[in-house]
Design a protein around this ligand. Structure first.
Ligand code: XIL
Length: 347
């Protein structure tokens, strides 16, 4: 049995993949065996899709219709569609990993440069979303089943995050992005709002009241993504559970989109604790699903194995946060996750 088989009756199991993973035959085998969803760890972000040379070299021509290049995502789309694996598109609109020049008048940076106005930015936004969705839908129909339309727009303190997007397009950029995504998305493609630390109570409330409810009122959003870059003791399980249920009660799909649990100690004892924490998280998810409290439709791990996890760089210490290590050896955490459905659905 594999992860996708054990969880098949409940929700998709996915992983983030790097360009390197996709070229590694061993990683490819694991992808086909264990997962029915993949997310490009970086390649689908605006930094890699926006064509810098083209746009900046012909700024007038592309001022309202930015040039987009797709050579970096073909591999992944090809692999996914050839193997019947679905993809989460991550991410259309984000303040991170989006080049500074994209937000500027004439795509010019440096001395004397000025941020572009709302009208131009909304035109760029629409054209970008349209280009990306149409490419993916025409060339690989049915492969990308969900999009993170907007990523990380809420601040941890509970307000809207001030960013180049709010500064240029305006504070309604989330609504605008979803309107464009809805306009160009193929029928059945699910539109998600995605964020981290969604279990901080004031951030959760802000996301529900000021992001999700307005989107729901216009019928623009299908789901909410809880990134879930967790620590060993934070958030408390109860708070995580509350969050899953709070989002679930809105009638939206809930997906765990970037799961990992930072752990900087690789002793047997510590890896046992990691396994226990994973067991708790998956129990929460299955229980909420079983009770009909949250329509959880997917859980994606942020990386295939400890050695390539982004957390080591992000946390500035070696992290052992995932289910596999080394040559894709399953860790205790893997067996713990595999065991949860047996307990929950024994009857
Ligand atoms: C991370 C990638 O894993 C890194 O390789 C990259 O250097 C930075 O971005 N939230 C997100 C993801 O939405 O896109 C981020 O991915 C991790 C945090």
């Amino acid at each position: 049995m594999s992860l996708k088989e054990v969880y098949g009756p409940y929700f998709k199991i996915g992983t983030a993949v790097s360009a390197k993973d996709l070229r590694d035959p061993q990683a490819q085998e694991i992808l086909k065996l264990q997962y029915n969803s993949i997310t490009c760890e970086n390649a689908m972000k605006p930094r890699y899709l926006l064509d810098e040379n083209e746009n900046r070299g012909n700024a007038e021509k592309y001022d309202r219709e930015p040039a987009v290049r797709f050579d970096r995502i073909r591999d992944c789309l090809e692999f996914a569609s050839a193997n019947g694996i679905g993809m989460r598109g991550h991410t259309l609109v984000w303040h991170g990993q989006t080049p500074e020049w994209f937000f500027m008048e004439g795509y010019r940076t440096g001395e004397g440069s000025v941020p572009a106005g709302r009208d131009v930015m909304l035109a760029r936004l629409e054209h970008y979303i349209r280009s990306v969705l149409e490419f993916v839908q025409e060339q690989y129909p049915g492969t990308v089943y969900a999009w993170d339309v907007v990523n990380e727009a809420a601040a941890d303190s509970g307000g809207l995050r001030a960013s180049r997007w709010t500064q240029t397009a305006g504070e309604d950029f989330i609504l605008q992005a979803f309107r464009f995504a809805k306009k160009y998305a193929a029928p059945g493609v699910k539109l998600f709002y995605n964020d981290y630390n969604t279990y901080l109570p004031c951030k959760r409330e802000m996301i529900i009241e000021h992001i999700l409810k307005p989107l729901l009122a216009e019928g623009l959003v299908d789901g909410v993504g809880m990134q879930s870059h967790l620590l060993m003791h934070s958030p408390e399980s109860a708070e995580y559970d509350r969050t899953v249920r709070a989002f679930g009660s809105l009638g939206l799909e809930v997906q765990i989109t970037e799961l990992d649990i930072h752990n900087a100690v690789c002793s047997e004892r510590s890896m046992e604790e990691l396994a226990k924490r994973y067991r708790e998280i998956f129990s929460i998810l299955l229980q909420a699903k079983k009770e009909g409290a949250a329509n959880i439709t997917g859980v994606t791990f942020w990386g295939m194995r400890d050695e390539t996890s982004w957390l080591t760089e992000f946390r500035k210490e070696t992290s052992y946060p995932l289910l596999f290590s080394g040559n894709f050896m399953p860790k205790m955490a893997y067996h713990a996750v595999m065991g949860v459905p047996r307990v929950h659905y024994a009857d």
